[in-house]
Design a protein around this ligand. Structure first.
Ligand code: ADP
Length: 474
C-alpha cells in the first residue's frame, strides 16, 4: 500500500486523538497519516541563524512528523513577504493591499527548493504526496525536478479572477507551477472556474473533455474538493457536559435576549467591520429590537500577530466602542467585543447558545465556522445561519440566509428575518444544512482527494499505454 506524505507550510505535532484543542482538519490528517503510515512534513515554525538542512523527526501518537527550521531571511521573504503580503491579499481579491517585492518572490522560490531538497530523500516510489498550502505552490515543480511524480495541491483559499491575477508580477510562472501537479484542488467550482478562465484566456490553454486542463505543454486535473468538518464529533462535543456548562453560562448571560454571533480569525477578508456597520444599521432602523438582542463578536489573533493586525484591532475596537457609546443603556450593551481564543468545547457551547450566526466574509475559501455552527445546534431549537455569498461554503449551504456582505441593507434585512424566523422554518433549514455537513465531512473530503491522487497515477498510466498502443498500431 502506498504511503501518504502531507506537506504543510507549518507543522505542529498532532495532539492526542480526540483532544479538545485540536481542529477537525489537523485531526483528519493525523488519522489519515496513521492509516497510510505516512509522514507529515513542513516548517517547524522555528528560526535558525543559518539554514542547516537538519531534519527533526519524531513520532507523536502514531504520526511521524518531520520538520526543518528556516533562517530569518527565509521567514521574512517567503512567509511574511510573498505568502502573507503578496498571495494572501491577492487570493482574497484585495489587490489594494497586495505588496510585491522581487526579494519576496526570490525567497519564495528558494524556500520551496529547500522543502524539495529536504523532502525528496524521504519519498519512496509508491508514495502519494499532498501539498496543503499556498506557501508551497512551486513545490510540485521542484519535486519533479528531483524525480518525484505523483502529487497534488489542495490549498484552502479562493482562487482570484483572471483580471486580478494579472496584477501579480510573474503571474505566468505561478500558474505554470500548478501544471506540475497531477491534481490541483479548489474549495469550490467558482474558484476552479476562475483558474480555468486564466488558463483559457491568458495561457492559451484548453479544457479537455475528461475534466483535465492543458497549458504550458502540461496537463493537470483541476477539481473542486470542498473541505468539511468532523461533524459527528463536533455535534457530540456540543452535547457533552463541558460544552453544556458553557452553553448554560451563555444562556444565563443572555438574560432572555437573542444573541447574534460572529466568530472569526481576525483578518480583513472576514468582513467584520462591514458586519458591525450592518448591525448598527439594524439598530437604527429597528429601534424596537434594542434591548431584545445583542451581538457577540469573537475575533481572535495570536500574540505573534499583534503587530501585523494592529490597525485592524484598533479599527474594530473603535467601531464597536462607537456603536456601544451611541446605543448602550445602563443595563444593556449592543456589542460584546471579545478577542480571546476559546477551547473547542467552549466554542461549541457558545455556538449552541446563539440564535443567529453571522458568517459574512467578503471572500473566503470555504469557512468552517459556518459548518461548526450548524453541527453544534440543538435539533429541537436550532439557530439561523446568515452566510456570505462570497464564502466557498455558500455553494453547499443553500438553506442558510445567503447575503451580500457588501450591502448593509441586505445583511440588516437578513438579521431581521433570522430573528423573527418561526421554529418550524428554522428546523427545516437546519435539518437540510446538517444533512450536508454530515455527508460532506472532513473524512469524506480527505478520502476523495487521496483517491483522486491515486487515480491520477493510474489514469496517467492508462493514458500512456493507450497512446503507446495507438502509435504502435499506426
Ligand atoms: P480560516 O481558516 O480563514 O481561519 P475558517 O472559518 O475556515 O477560517 O476556520 C477557522 C477555525 O478557527 C474554525 O475551526 C474555528 O472554530 C476556529 N476559531 C476561530 N475563532 C476561534 C476562537 N476564538 N477560539 C477557538 N477557535 C477559533
Amino acid at each position: 500500500m502506498s504511503r501518504l506524505i502531507v506537506v504543510s507550510n507549518r507543522v505542529t505535532p498532532p495532539a492526542p486523538e480526540g483532544a479538545a484543542s485540536q481542529g477537525g482538519l489537523a485531526m483528519a490528517i493525523a488519522a489519515a497519516l496513521r492509516e497510510y503510515s505516512g509522514i507529515w512534513f513542513g516548517w517547524s515554525g522555528q528560526s535558525t541563524p543559518e539554514f542547516t538542512g537538519e531534519l527533526h523527526t519524531q513520532t507523536v501518537n502514531g504520526v511521524t512528523v518531520a520538520t526543518m527550521d528556516l533562517e530569518e531571511q527565509d521567514i521574512e521573504e517567503y512567509y511574511n513577504g510573498y505568502a502573507n503580503r503578496t498571495l494572501w491579499p491577492l487570493f482574497h481579491y484585495r489587490i489594494d493591499l497586495t505588496q510585491y517585492e522581487r526579494s519576496f518572490g526570490q525567497g519564495y522560490e528558494r524556500v520551496n527548493a529547500r522543502f524539495a531538497d529536504m523532502l525528496a530523500p524521504l519519498i519512496e516510489p509508491d508514495d502519494v504526496i499532498w501539498v496543503q498550502d499556498y506557501h508551497l505552490i512551486p513545490l510540485g515543480r521542484e519535486l519533479r525536478a528531483r524525480g518525484q511524480k505523483r502529487d497534488g495541491l489542495l490549498p484552502p483559499h479562493p482562487w482570484p479572477a483572471r483580471e486580478l491575477i494579472l496584477t501579480l508580477p510573474r503571474h505566468r510562472q505561478l500558474v505554470e507551477s500548478l501544471f506540475h501537479y497531477d491534481v490541483v484542488g479548489f474549495q469550490s467550482e467558482e474558484w476552479k472556474n476562475a483558474f480555468l478562465s486564466y488558463v483559457l484566456f491568458d495561457a492559451g490553454g484548453m479544457a479537455l473533455s475528461d475534466g483535465r486542463a492543458t497549458a504550458f505543454g502540461r496537463t493537470v486535473l483541476p477539481k473542486a474538493f470542498p473541505i468539511g468538518i468532523d461533524a459527528k464529533s463536533f455535534a457530540a462535543l456540543a452535547a457533552a457536559p463541558e460544552a453544556q456548562e458553557n452553553y448554560q453560562r451563555m444562556v444565563e448571560s443572555k438574560a432572555g435576549r437573542k444573541m447574534l454571533l460572529g466568530v472569526d480569525r481576525l483578518d480583513y477578508s472576514k468582513g467584520i467591520d462591514e458586519r458591525m456597520l450592518a448591525y448598527e444599521r439594524l439598530l437604527n432602523e429597528s429601534p424596537e429590537l434594542k434591548r431584545e438582542i445583542f451581538l457577540l463578536q469573537i475575533s481572535t489573533y495570536t500574540r505573534s500577530e499583534v503587530e501585523a493586525y494592529q490597525d485592524m484591532i484598533a479599527r474594530l475596537d473603535s467601531l464597536s466602542g462607537r456603536i456601544n457609546g451611541a446605543h448602550a443603556e445602563m443595563d444593556w450593551i449592543p456589542i460584546r467585543n471579545v478577542h480571546r481564543l476559546h477551547g473547542r468545547d467552549e466554542l461549541a457551547g457558545i455556538y449552541r447558545a446563539a440564535d443567529v450566526a453571522l458568517v459574512t466574509p467578503l471572500r473566503d475559501g470555504m469557512n468552517l465556522v459556518a459548518k461548526e455552527f450548524v453541527a453544534a445546534q440543538d435539533e429541537a431549537d436550532p439557530g439561523v445561519l446568515i452566510l456570505s455569498r462570497f464564502a466557498g461554503a455558500a455553494a453547499q449551504m443553500h438553506e442558510a440566509l445567503i447575503v451580500n456582505p457588501f450591502s448593509q441593507e441586505d445583511v440588516a434585512d437578513a438579521m431581521r428575518r433570522a430573528l423573527k424566523m418561526p421554529l418550524e422554518e428554522r428546523r427545516r433549514r437546519w435539518r437540510a444544512l446538517m444533512d450536508g455537513v454530515e455527508k460532506d465531512d472532513v473524512m469524506a473530503w480527505r478520502d476523495s482527494f487521496v483517491a483522486a491522487l491515486k487515480e491520477a497515477r493510474t489514469g496517467a498510466g492508462k493514458r500512456r499505454s493507450r497512446s503507446t498502443t495507438t502509435r504502435t498500431g499506426a
